[in-house]
Design a protein around this ligand. Structure first.
Ligand SMILES: Nc1ncnc2c1ncn2[C@@H]1O[C@H](COP(=O)(O)OP(=O)(O)OP(=O)(O)O)[C@@H](O)[C@H]1O
Ligand SMILES: [Mg+2]
Length: 325
């Protein structure tokens, strides 16, 4: 049985314009990928590589200086880019929900928990009165918050960080979205909160079967939660693969460097930071964007942009010399 495509991003190109458009930051450059119904896809890469810009482009919530200059975002076959803002309000929260891993920012301190969950439901469903309250309680129980009766009247500041995260999760799933995009901030949260976050996402996914695009720096979570991985570098996709292939045999030198930096986890002595820094997205080097930091780069890498090489089904690397497993 073939899987059904839910989201198809085609040639997405989003720039930030500064100084009266004289400086162009190519945050996302010709990015294409597909997500099938039920998939759990991870988007990884160093800070500033364009992950959040991909998410913001899909939901059309870019800051004013950002603009999607070309591409298509087909959601259930329909392009979201030409949609009006009014039409997009029917997509956001209802069909595609986003969880930002910053529960203090995502909850409004002046509204009770019940009011905040209720707001999304009122916007997108016909639930009112008792049936609305009933649904809010169900949602709280669904994210393992006991005593919903009491919690519903509480304020965000009365809850622990982990609980606030669960509330944000309950709002995200409240209208049974088809796609959930989780964008984890760069900041290192403490380990307990990380673990609670992982468990929350696991539960949500298991209980609702929601399709997941998971943006993270935490490769441990990727291994636990996701089936497919897309690696971004300097606004482009450099590798895509089923999750175990990425960990077992990274094909792109950047992916390998990223893993070496993270997975000294088992052996701290083996942990090696990636030398150098990501390039300036307003002034990319010629050839492969990774060439200045790549140990294996040669003349061709410094001159010509590499093609995306297909290595196996659902497996590719944008490199002149991808490592074949
Ligand atoms: N409002 C903005 N104005 C100008 N440039 C921006 C803006 N927001 C992001 N950028 C630039 O776009 C690029 C991609 O940023 P983005 O936030 O998508 O990266 P990211 O992969 O999500 O990083 P992180 O892991 O730190 O969240 C960066 O170079 C960033 O400086
Ligand atoms: Mg980000």
């Amino acid at each position: 049985m073939g899987k059904k495509t839910l989201l198809q991003v085609v040639g997405l190109t989003t720039y930030f314009f500064a100084f009266a458009r004289t400086r162009i930051v190519k945050a996302v450059d010709n990015v294409s990928f597909e997500v099938n119904i039920g998939d759990r896809l991870a988007l990884i890469g160093e800070s500033g590589c364009g992950k959040s810009t991909v998410a913001a482009s899909i939901l059309r919530v870019l800051p004013p200086s950002g603009e999607t200059v070309s591409g298509k975002i087909l959601f259930e076959g329909e392009d979201l880019l030409p949609k009006s803002n009014k039409e997009m309000t029917q997509v956001r929260g209802r069909k595609i929900a986003m969880i930002l891993q910053d529960p203090m920012m995502s909850l409004d301190p002046v509204f009770t928990i019940g009011e905040q969950i209720g707001e999304t439901l009122e916007q997108h469903t016909s639930l009112r009165g008792d049936s609305l309250i009933q649904r809010i309680k169900e949602l709280l129980l669904a994210v393992q918050i006991p005593e919903p009766e009491r919690r519903i009247k509480q304020w965000p500041h009365e809850m622990s960080g982990g609980m606030r995260q669960r509330i944000v999760g309950s709002i995200a799933i409240s209208c049974e979205p088809k796609l959930l995009i989780c964008d984890e901030a760069t900041t290192n949260l403490d380990v307990t909160i990380q673990l609670q976050y992982l468990n929350l996402l696991k539960d949500l996914q298991k209980n609702t079967g929601v399709t997941l695009v998971f943006i993270t720096h935490n490769l441990g979570i990727v291994a636990e939660l996701c089936e497919y991985v897309i690696v971004m570098y300097a606004g482009k996709i450099v590798e895509r693969a089923p999750v175990m292939d990425v960990f077992d045999s990274p094909a792109h030198p950047y992916t390998k460097a990223l893993l070496d930096a993270a997975f000294g986890l088992q052996d701290l002595r083996k942990r090696r930071p990636i030398p150098g820094e990501p390039p300036n997205l307003a002034n990319l080097p010629p050839g492969c964007s990774f060439n200045p930091r790549c140990m294996d780069a040669d003349d061709r890498c410094r001159k010509e942009e590499p093609p995306e090489v297909t290595l196996a089904p659902a497996r590719s690397a944008k490199c002149w010399y991808p490592v074949k497993a």
